[in-house]
Design a protein. Sequence first.
Length: 552
Amino acid sequence: MEDINKNSALGETGNFIHEAIKEDLGEHTEKIITRFPPEPNGYLHIGHAKSICLNFGLAEYYGGKCNLRFDDTNPSKEDTEYVESIQEDIKWLGFDWGDRLFYASSYFDKMYELAVGLIEDGLAFVCDLNADEVRDMRGSLKEPGKESPYRNRSVEENLDLFRRMKEGEFADGEKTLRAKIDMASPNINMRDPVIYRISHTTHHATGDKWCIYPMYDYAHPVEDALEGITHSICTMEFEDHRPLYDWVIENIRLDAKPRQIEFAKLNLSDTIMGKRYLRNLVETGQVDGWDDPRLCTVSGIRRRGCPPEAIRNFCATVGVSKANSVVDLAQLDFCIREELQPKCPVMMAVLDPVKLVITNYPEDTTEELDVENHPGEEMGKRKIPFSRELYIERSDFMEEPPKKYFRLTPGKEVRLKGAYFVTCTGCKKDDEGNVVEVYATYDPATKSGLNFTERKVKGTIHWVNAPTAACVPVNLYENLVVRDETSENGYRLNENSLTTVNAYVEPSLAQAEKGERFQFMRNGYFAVDTKHSEKGKPVFNRIVSLKSSFKG
Ligand code: ATP
Ligand code: MG
């Protein structure tokens, strides 16, 4: 499979998945069908993106199909907001389920019927033990479990009781339907697992029609079989459940034979992905919604300004394996930069401004300078205004600099990007000693474009023209959590995760549209926030800085 890497969603998928699929394709020539089965109880995060890339990517690669299936068998937690956001996120990532959008809850009738079939075949029984008793009798890794006293009920009695369970005769927890497998199995999942429970809970799709609901380990293989899934790709925690998956497939009255294949979850360093944790942050107002740009949700990453190609490339480069590992966040940043570098125009923005006065430049004069939009020439040039008063970064001036400081310091010359060489002559301070203005003189002979070669300068700094600069809010981010051994999950919120500064930017940036992306010279890649920006009033989010802190 030498062209696996041509599928950008897939990358080096881990040969075990390709081996398995090729093995199966050898036997039957029909196309593969995979599925992405989110539970609609939260927004998708980057771990889900990994699963999406894998399932849709495999289908694409083998010329098959991938279903989107909402796994909504659990009655209590679903919400249409989640159903909609999940579809939006998958589309944004660049995948299409066509007309194959399914809801597991639409199979409840069929699941019931197939469970009746199991009872008729002597493979399931109604059990009166409560949850504690079932647990107590389940045994351990060392000891076999004990058989339920209800295990040998007649088929007729089981059919009658199961029907009455369905009809609402019993209270929650009073009875269950259990598969009759093997209480002595070394795999605890095979010890007569519960496959239906009673729950008098309204379901978002089926209302009060049902008061019994299938358990995941029964429902999932049935859903896969009903949809004709050929490869059911899931994460490693289901490896021990595979014998049960296969048992259900083997014993229900359906011909389809889906195959479960497990891979290791994506974990990102210093990133908490669990939906419960994310939901708590959102519901307690600690972040600005599920799409807060600091979150690793797909919608948060999107709002921050990351392009979908970067996520797909990231998932592809991370690859797929069976061994758990933690991927460095810096690897995601790297993929984002790789994607943005060739595509974003480079503009100038000063995030922490101090005024620079060019004392020998004529007052009341503004000239228009040509600057290139991108080091690759194809983006052309633009005009930017230059006059006697500019803004530069506060950190680009030091009165008493350390060694190897190649920016402005009294007596030293630097290049102002796209403009002139200027020599620093001093500064003005307020009563507390803070620098309020920096002074310099310029050399007209060094104008950018004249190819001045008589002397060289070591530093080039960015600037914006003070009288015409636009002042815009810019959000700068740090990681949302920092390590904290004393806290329950090893992390606490980073109180510096969001800093908003008022930056001075080139005047044309005031007209930037929602979602537009730029490189701000030396400061990183930025996008216009889609939630809080208005026409003529953009709010910028830093997507990623320019340099990697990756030490891996
Ligand atoms: P969470 O624990 O974060 O809430 P989940 O597994 O409960 O996630 P589901 O909606 O059940 O969320 O997941 C849908 C699919 O996404 C499943 O097939 C699951 O295996 C996969 N998935 C979830 N998290 C990850 C991850 N970190 N890496 C890869 N796949 C994942
Ligand atoms: Mg889940």
